[in-house]
Design a protein around this ligand. Structure first.
Ligand code: ATP
Ligand code: MG
Length: 453
């Protein structure tokens, strides 16, 4: 068995001899043995190595085994802890058992039994690891597949996400309201290698300005009137994970400076503290404003903008990716049909025409809301024109009338292409065949259409 498959066991005891004997005995079993002379060294090892089980003495000078137990419970609750205790400390060991310790032995232990219990502890840890792995796999497939889109605009968004997901570079996600900025920020986090760590979101527009600094950086007890106890800020909460600053364009200039400093120096200071805290976060910011313009008008700091703009992902508005509409419609119908326990499966062709003619100022959120309402009201499997709000029908008709007066050839071509894709449920090969052009030609035309629609 190579070392990577062996379980890692950490022995903590202040007496070198006790550690030596125990590690000699356990080495017969294929474990990687680590040793620590106290709680401090132990917590260091646990943070740098992938420890599976801890065996610890209780009575040690300075921080004792119970301190270590509590530290582990907070920081790595999945590691089973086995206590070795002298007669005098049996009571504490029993108490620890009621609080989740794995087992305790009175010194000198029965080594055969200790080995058996240790094997069980290792087994338990492995199972917990598997569950964590499965959960995060599920999370990442779920998160990424929930972003629907096959239009060239979205495909270039996906390519960019793929390229930058594992880097720690800050990302600016821009787009009109309802284009999916928050969904994309989630997807970047859950497909990145940080997905085991927290995704923490702050909506800069929703928190009152005077509270934002405390929200970001936290504070010490007594830092200001009302600070009755210490509070951790969002930057610290997101440590090792991703911090999502939604609507960053709403931030006041003074806070923008503080955010820039925090991401540049990779450290923060809680309000009222004089100690810097190291942080390792990936920042994703979103905006529905034109930040370049905000910089010109001196509402947004140029230095922060340049820092964020290194990697900007622009989400196209729905009217510029109409070829995604059929797919999105199916996706939202499935979502709400399931929730409502209904059997709605599609929209009628005239509804689809209305959808393709509407300009969707509220983007995907507007489409989602229209479908939610239609599914709730639907009596049949197919959503008919009566299930669609009048304003949307009116606007769609207006758009069409305008187009009927002077209908440029290019527009006709685009409509035909979209209809074909729509007819074949987004299958571009079939659509191309029906249009009498190659798949490649279809892609080229779509790319052109995309900048036109
Ligand atoms: N590509 C997509 N596929 C499926 N659903 C999407 C997609 N994009 C957005 N949505 C859905 O549309 C709704 C709006 O998305 P989201 O909240 O991410 O938009 P936003 O850009 O953050 O909007 P706002 O600027 O108003 O905050 C959400 O319910 C989201 O799940
Ligand atoms: Mg949002």
């Amino acid at each position: 068995m190579d070392n990577r498959n062996k379980a890692n066991v950490l022995i903590v005891d202040d007496e070198p001899n006790a550690r030596k004997v125990l590690s000699a005995i356990l080495k017969e079993v294929p474990y990687n043995i680590y040793q620590a002379d106290g709680a401090d060294e132990a917590s260091e090892i646990v943070s740098s190595e992938d420890i599976d089980v801890v065996i610890t003495d209780i009575k040690m000078p300075g921080k004792d085994g119970l301190y270590l137990f509590n530290y582990l419970k907070l920081n790595c609750p999945d590691i089973p802890v086995i206590f070795l205790t002298a007669f005098g400390t049996v009571d504490s060991a029993v108490t620890a058992m009621t609080e989740g310790a794995f087992f305790y032995f009175i010194k000198p232990p029965d080594y055969a039994k200790l080995k058996a219990i240790l094997a069980r502890a290792v087994e338990q840890k492995k199972l917990k690891n598997e569950i964590t792995d499965l959960r995060s796999q599920l999370e990442s497939t779920y998160k990424f597949s929930s972003i629907i889109g096959k239009s060239p605009g979205m495909e270039s968004v996906f390519r960019m996400v793929e390229a930058i997901k594992d880097s720690s570079i800050s990302v600016l996600v821009s787009g009109e309201t309802g284009t999916g900025k928050e969904l994309l920020a989630n997807a970047i986090h859950y497909t990145s290698r940080r997905h085991y760590s927290p995704f923490v979101a702050v909506n800069c527009a929703a928190v009152p300005h005077e509270l934002l600094e405390a929200e970001f950086f936290g504070y010490e007890r007594g830092a200001f009137t009302g600070a009755v106890s210490r509070r951790i800020g969002k930057f610290e909460e997101a440590d090792t994970g991703t911090l999502f600053l939604d609507e960053i364009g709403e931030l006041e200039l003074s806070l923008q400076a503080k955010i820039l400093r925090a991401i540049q120096e990779k450290e923060i200071e809680r309000i009222g503290a004089n100690k810097k805290i190291k942080i390792d976060i990936r920042l994703i910011a979103s905006t529905n404003r034109d930040l370049a313009k905000e910089v010109e008008q001196k509402n947004f700091r140029a230095d922060l903008y340049y820092r964020l703009n290194v990697m900007q992902i622009k989400l196209p508005p729905l009217r510029k990716r109409k070829s995604d509409i059929p797919l999105l419609v199916t996706h939202f119908i499935d979502k709400f049909s399931q929730r409502e326990n209904k059997h709605v499966s599609s929209v009628s062709p005239d509804v689809m025409n209305v959808f393709l003619s509407h300009s969707w100022p509220g983007n995907l959120r507007e489409l989602e809301n229209v479908i939610e309402r239609a599914v709730v009201l639907a009596r049949d499997e197919v959503i008919g024109i009566r299930g669609i709000p009048d304003e949307i029908k009116k606007q769609a008709i207006n758009n069409n009338i305008r187009a009927d007066v002077v209908k440029p050839l290019r527009e006709l071509e685009n409509e035909t292409i979209i209809n074909a894709i729509n007819t074949f449920n987004g299958n571009k090969s079939k659509a191309a065949k029906a249009l009498g052009i190659t798949r490649k030609a279809l892609y080229n035309r779509l790319r052109k259409a995309n900048s036109f629609l």
